[in-house]
Design a binder for this molecule. Sequence first.
Ligand code: HEM
Length: 300
Amino acid sequence: MSDSSIRFLLMLGLIGIVSGELSSTFYLTKCPTALLTIKAAVISAVNKEPRMGASLLRLHFHDCFVQASEKTAFPNVNSLRGFDVIDKIKSLVEFLCPGVVSCADIVAVAARDSVVALGGPSWSVQLGRRDSTTASLNIANSDLPGPTLDLNSLITSFSNKGFTSQELVALSGAHTIGKARCKLFRTRIFNESNIDSSFAKSLQGNCPSTGGDDNLSPLDVTTPNTFDNAYFKNLQSNKGLFHSDQELFNGGSTDSQVNTYSTNFATFRTDFANAMIKMGNLNPLTGSNGQIRTDCKKIN
Ligand code: HEM
C-alpha cells in the first residue's frame, strides 16, 4: 500500500468512518434537531406518567445487553413498556430527517433524558448505532440477568459483558425508579428471611400467595418516581424488592459499595453515568452494518 493511501485510511479512521466508532456529534449535521425532539417527547411522556421514564431506561438496558450478544434489537418488544413513546419519537424524527436516526440511538438518548427528567445525572450519549437486521420476537433473553440470581451469578452475568462488580452495583441503582410484577418477587416476600417483615407484609396485600401475578409494586418503596439513592438505603434496611436487589447487600463483597452510595449521592450519580456510557457502547452495530429501521418494531 502506498504512503498516501495509508495516510488516507488513517484520516478516515480518525474521523470514525473506518473504525465505526460512536460519536456524540454524529447527528450534528445529519439531523441537528434530533436530540431536542427526543428530549421534548421524553419530558412530555415523563410528566404525564413518571414510570414511563423507568420503562425507557429498562428498554435501553435490554437493547444493550441482548443486542451485544444476539445482534437482535428489541427481541421482546411486545412485552416491554415504553415502546409506544419510542414509536412516537421515531415518527417525529423520520418526518424531520428520513432514514437517518436509528431506533437504537433514539432509545439510548431517551433513556438518558428519562434519568435526567426524574432527577438523575446526565451524560453524553455516544451516537451512530445502527439497528439490527435480524429481529425475532421469540429469541430468549438468555443474557439478561433474572430477579432470582444470587450475587455470584449477578457478578458473572455482568462480567460476561465486561462489567466489574462495582459497575453492577452502580447500574442496579436504576431500580430507584419503576415497578415490577408480583410473580417476580412473590417467593421473596413469602419465603425469605433477609426481608423487613413489615415491608414484606405490606407487599403481600397487593401480591397474595396465589393470583395477582401481574400486580405492580415499586422497586424503590421510598421514592419510586425519583432518581435518587433511596434504593441503596432500602437495601440497608432489607427492603430490596427482588432477591437479586437484596443480594447486593447481604453480607457479601458489595455491601461496602451500597453503604457508600447510600450516604453519597454524588458518587452514585457519577458512577451510574459512567457505567451507562459503557453500557451504551457494548458492541454496537456501526458503519455499514445493520440498518436504520423505518419502523422500530420490525426490520425494513
Ligand atoms: C442487576 C441485574 C438486574 C436484574 C436482575 C433486573 C431485573 C428486572 C426485572 C425482573 C424487572 C421487572 C420486570 C417486570 O415486572 O416486568 C426490572 C425492572 C426494571 N429494571 Fe432491572 N434488572 C437488573 C438491572 C437493571 C439495569 C442495569 C437497569 C438499567 C440501567 C435496569 C432498569 C430497570 C428499570 C428502570 C425497571 C423498571 C421498569 C418499569 O417500571 O417499567 N435494571 N428489572
